[in-house]
Each structure stands twice: as structure tokens, then as C-alpha cells.
Design a protein around this ligand. Sequence first.
Ligand code: ADP
Ligand code: MG
Length: 317
Amino acid sequence: MLEPMIEVVNLTKRYSGHLAVANESFTVERGQVVGLLGPNGAGKSTILRILSCFLAATSGTVRVAGYDVFTQADEVRRRIGYMPENNPLHLDMRVREYLKFRARLKGLGVSASHQRVDAVMEMCSLTEVQKRIIGQLSKGFRQRVGLADALVHDPELIILDEPTIGLDPNQLRNVRQLIKDLGRKHTILLSTHILPEVEATCSHVLILHQGRILASDGTDNLHRKIFQRSPVVTELSAATNDLQEFFATQPEVETCDIISIDGDWKRVTMTSREGLELRPQICQWACEQRWPMRELTHGRHTLEDVFVKITRTEKEE
Ligand code: ADP
Ligand code: MG
């Protein structure tokens, strides 16, 4: 069996006394698309920089494709395509010229770089802007130039630090689709502080908070864990008293909070006992009671909610 794509054991990074990564270990298997999810300052960029041989760790071992990032950095660099935070590019160069320059810098010969640049421009839909000056392109295009740069030497592992930050919704969709397509052939580790980003693109997630990994799971499992305990929100047209009395007597309902919104409409926020799925039940109740309904959904979660839930779940297990 092949060794894992990334193997991090007891990794610690201190910046002049400040502990940015606290003795953490994790593995990324070949073919996975892993999201490193955490708020600003969690230590995401620090970990990605260490993996890409741009920063030395304070202690611990890090291996990429079986090679040590400290003692075998050349072997590691050959296998990694890294897009740093803020995607630094030479803004005064033209797209094709820049990518060829980068390909040559990464050790590709003249004809190989020619071929690869054409291929990655095609892959990242850059062919039509190949002669444009990078600084004059939109943020979405620039982001794709950054991705093309990361891909040009055909690396096994792609590391992307906040690849969709600052994109408008259209550009976001394009770049996410591109990442998904790349995930079919490459192993990807990307960082983000946005939960839906992980759900949209990643097969696995590592949740990082203050330099510690709080959870490591398949995205589907994480989704289940989060939503199992999340409140259900419904908007019903009925008297507050009727709603209160009814829901208070349902054994499935643990808590119920009702606020008036407009006209006769009430917003009811409920949690269920033992993580039961309440929504079909609520639908049925509304029909039986003849309460008009105009909304039925899960409450939204911020990243902070997720951390609270995850830490609680992990402790209980
Ligand atoms: P993230 O990418 O998740 O926002 P970082 O890895 O950039 O987090 O930073 C993790 C922590 O380390 C933060 O508290 C940050 O202020 C600190 N830090 C990052 N780089 C340096 C540095 N060069 N010197 C000192 N502290 C740093
Ligand atoms: Mg960062």
C-alpha cells in the first residue's frame, strides 16, 4: 500500500513565544479533498506553509508522499502545487508569459513548459486571456492564474490557502467547480474560514481552533453531527397560545421558542430530543392543525456554533 499523501506527527510551531500550532497530528490519504477549517488566527496558513517547505516547524515530523519536508524539501516541492494566501502574482506580466516563467522556475524544460502551460490554461479557462496583463484581470481570473501556477508542474498534491477569499458569487462558483474537478485527479488540502466552502468542495474536514485540531471527519459525518442538534425554524400562521400549548405536549420537542413576525405569522424555533429529525413531523402537525406554513428549515450555523457543538460532541463520545 502507498504511504499517505500527508503525514503530520506532533507538529508544533511557535512564533517568538506565541504557540500557533500545538503538538498536532493528522493524515491526508491520497485522493482526498480535505478542508482545513478555522477562523482567522487558527493556524491554517502556518500549517500550509510548513507543508510547502516555506516555514520550518518548531518540532514534529511532516512527510509528503513519504518525503520529509525538512530533510527532503526538493522532493516535496516537486510534488506540491501551493497557492499561498492572497495569491501573490507578478501583476505586470502577461498570463502566458507568467505561467511559462513559473514552469521554467519549477524545473520544466522549454518544450515541456510550453505543453504544460497550454494544458493548465485550458484547464483553468485562461486561454482567452493568455495575452492579458495579470494586474488588469478580475479577481476571479487572477485566482485561476494562481491555480494554474500551482498546477503547472503537474503536482500530486495541491495546497490552496483560502482560494476563494474575496470572490463574487459567480467567480466563487467557477473556482469551486474547478477545485472539485481537480479533486478527481489530485489530492487537495485547502484552507477556509467558511463552513459552506468545505461542504461544497471537500470530502474531509479538519477543524482547527487556536492551533488545535478539534475534529477530523468526513464532510457528510460532520454535516450530520452539526445538523443533528441544530434547531428547526418554521413560520406558521396561528395564535401564539395555540402553538405554545401544542408543542409543549409533543414528546419529540425539547425546546420551543415563538416570536411574532408580521400579521398572524409566528417564527417557531424548536430543538428535538435525541437528535430526531423534526421537519417531516412539523409538516404533518401543521396540516393536521390547519396552520398555514411558509417556511421550514434548519437554523443557520456560524463557525463558532460548530466549534461549540464539535467540542461538546467529542467530549461526550
Ligand atoms: P490563519 O491562517 O488560520 O488565519 P495563521 O497561521 O496565519 O492563522 O496564524 C496563526 C497564529 O500565529 C496567529 O495568532 C498569528 O497572529 C500568529 N502568526 C502568524 N504568523 C506569524 C509571524 N510571522 N510571527 C508571529 N506570529 C505569527
Ligand atoms: Mg491564513
